[in-house]
Design a protein around this ligand. Structure first.
Ligand SMILES: NC(=O)c1ccc[n+]([C@@H]2O[C@H](COP(=O)([O-])OP(=O)(O)OC[C@H]3O[C@@H](n4cnc5c(N)ncnc54)[C@H](OP(=O)(O)O)[C@@H]3O)[C@@H](O)[C@H]2O)c1
Length: 275
């Protein structure tokens, strides 16, 4: 049994607070990374059509020694089809590629404002959920205007908003926006390209606790109240990244890390990114 705690969605379902992301994991390594992670205790795998490794994600799930029902599998729809019918097809295709009958979570990958089809995409995910293809539905990279538009038009609030959060991009306002709508925030690129591994506030916690900077940062995400997904292809990093439930940052240490924030992204700005 895994000892990773869950967070509860506004739809009553739950998601592991920590999991594996497989963006940029090469196809020929994905099945190994996925099965190895599951066998060491990971239960959440964060995939996406755009990562081009959903077939290998499915192979890894089937190779692991854990029943499907104990796992939480996420996918995302990309901008190569955000109208209603295209998103319905995209859900079918992700299920086919991974080899699953149902996804635990399906997300709109980006709002892609120029395309302006994210409302349509959201309606299609609601239908996919109602048809039993996915358990929960959510979004990524949505700001307050995107959230309020889809909620206002459909009455359905995303279970989760997956956004870039790391010590150099803390997004405190967006965390509050999600929180106010009872949406779970899940941090992507939580390690922020290792930009803050050398920051004094991180190094001080690492020295006090005997943990690595990466472990300190992953723990910090949990203490912000976020769910978090981290990626590695290395066995020692995969294992170390799970070992974040046996220590705590003090309030002062969390406050000290908040001063590292520079508002600097590693990824694109959702207001201008169009795929
Ligand atoms: N929704 C979106 O738009 C979006 C965007 C980006 C990412 N995501 C999701 O978020 C997941 C995580 O983000 P990410 O992949 O960008 O980055 P990340 O998890 O923040 O960082 C991954 C990098 O950190 C290294 N690393 C991992 N553990 C380490 C450790 N313990 N010590 C030192 N280095 C370590 C990895 O290298 P090694 O392999 O050498 O360990 C890799 O280079 C993605 O995989 C994806 O699922 C979503």
């Amino acid at each position: 049994m895994s000892d990773i705690p869950n967070k509860t969605f506004n739809d009553g379902k739950t998601i592991p607070a920590f999991g594996l992301g497989i963006w940029q994991v090469p196809q020929d390594e994905t099945a190994r990374v996925v099965s190895e992670s599951i066998n060491m205790g990971y239960r959440l795998i964060d995939g996406a059509a755009a990562y081009k490794n959903e077939v290998q994600l499915g192979e890894g799930i089937r190779a692991a020694k854990v029943p499907r029902d104990d796992l939480f599998v996420t996918s995302k729809v990309w901008n190569d089809g955000m109208d209603y019918d295209a998103v319905r097809r995209a859900v079918d295709e992700s299920l086919d590629r991974i080899g699953l009958e149902k996804l635990d979570l399906m997300l709109v990958h980006w709002p892609f404002p120029k395309q302006d089809q994210y409302l349509d995409a959201w309606k299609a995910l609601i239908a996919a959920r109602d048809d039993g293809q996915v358990t929960s539905i959510g979004v990524c990279n949505f700001h307050s205007e995107h959230l309020d538009r889809i909620i206002g038009e459909t009455g359905v609030t995303p279970a989760l908003n997956q956004i870039e959060v790391n010590p150099m991009l803390q997004q405190a306002d967006l965390l509050r926006i999600n929180d106010a709508r009872n949406i779970v925030t899940q941090s992507w690129s939580p390690l922020g390209n290792a930009r803050s591994f050398d920051a004094d506030a991180i190094k001080a916690v690492a020295a006090r606790t005997g943990k690595s900077p990466a472990q300190v940062i992953l723990r910090w995400h949990l203490q912000l109240g976020n769910a978090v997904i981290a990626r590695s292809t290395k066995t020692d990093h995969l294992k170390a990244n799970m070992e974040i439930f046996d220590f705590e940052l003090t309030r002062d240490e969390v406050d000290a890390i908040s001063t590292i924030d520079k508002g600097e992204r590693t990824g694109p700005d959702p207001e201008t990114f169009n795929g």
